[in-house]
Design a protein around this ligand. Structure first.
Ligand SMILES: Nc1ncnc2c1ncn2[C@@H]1O[C@H](COP(=O)(O)OP(=O)(O)OP(=O)(O)O)[C@@H](O)[C@H]1O
Ligand SMILES: [Mg+2]
Length: 250
């Protein structure tokens, strides 16, 4: 917003063609403009995002760090299109996502965004394979194909021996790896993860770090990962935090 105002002052210069050529050098994957989000609680508004602007390039990996309650999950839920902002524009792969109706938005999300939640929201009575194959079934894949993809991705996250265990029969760390497998089964161009190593020991955390980096280099998967794990943050291309409702590079 501020940039645009500055541009319009330069009436004697050609409009912003030079800016456009600079920004197209590497492709924007996710851009946010003037995004506001507040929650209403006991009659008072708590402002979490106060006109946030950002641009995330194709294949970039971003760590979102900082203290509890600053709005990391709120930010992730919005860029994951799970929650609508009070105001602002979000473009993902050139799509102005919040202009889509709920049904089209859900379909866009299914094909384009993998999400690992802070509290993983797996279905406890279903097996690791069944949970993992869910997005593939929703996307219209045949059961047999979805099951095969789910199995290979679960092997890849180190759960070869746990494929048919119900989620309620898995450890916290194993559940978290199932959640990651579910998020990447469709190999979405964007992966968003909220503390994906929160319940994992050092060895399993490192395994998840390696898997994320492999997905990034093999598929140019763009990633935004909320983490308190500084080792994981150090693997990413950039780290950001939220200060007074604004995104700040750390
Ligand atoms: N639905 C809601 N209604 C009211 N307040 C909310 C709601 N969701 C979040 N908040 C408040 O907004 C603030 C930001 O929450 P958010 O979950 O984004 O924080 P966070 O940075 O992810 O924290 P943590 O590291 O603990 O997960 C918190 O103070 C929280 O209490
Ligand atoms: Mg959170």
């Amino acid at each position: 917003m501020v940039d645009k105002k500055a541009d319009t002052k330069n009436d004697d210069k050609k409009p912003d063609s030079s800016l456009k050529s600079v920004s197209s050098v590497s492709e924007d994957m996710i851009t946010g403009e003037n995004i506001f989000k507040s929650y209403r609680n006991n009659g008072t508004d708590i402002e979490i995002l106060k006109g946030v602007n950002f641009s995330i390039k194709l294949g970039e990996t971003i760590a979102v760090v900082g203290a509890s309650g600053i709005g990391k999950s709120t930010f992730l839920q919005i860029i994951g299109t799970l929650d609508r902002p009070d105001m602002g524009t979000l473009m993902i792969s050139g799509e102005n996502v919040f202009q889509l109706k709920d049904e089209s938005l859900a379909s866009f999300r299914n094909s384009n965004i993998g999400f690992v939640f802070q509290f993983h929201y797996l279905l406890p009575e279903f097996s690791a394979i069944e949970n993992t194959m869910m997005p593939a079934l929703i996307n219209g894949q045949k059961r047999h194909d979805a099951s095969e993809s789910a199995e290979s991705i679960l092997v890849r996250v180190g759960l070869k021996e746990r494929l048919s265990h119900r989620v309620s029969e898995l450890s916290g760390g194993e559940q978290q790896r199932v959640a990651l497998a579910r998020a990447i089964i469709l190999r979405p161009p964007v992966l968003l993860a909220d503390e994906p190593t929160g319940n994992l020991d050092k060895k399993n955390s490192e395994q998840v770090h390696e898997l994320l980096m492999e997905l990034n280099s093999e598929l140019s998967m763009t990633m935004v990962v909320v983490t308190h794990n500084m080792d994981l943050a150090a693997y990413m291309s950039r780290s950001i935090t939220i200060v007074d409702g604004q995104l700040i590079e750390t």
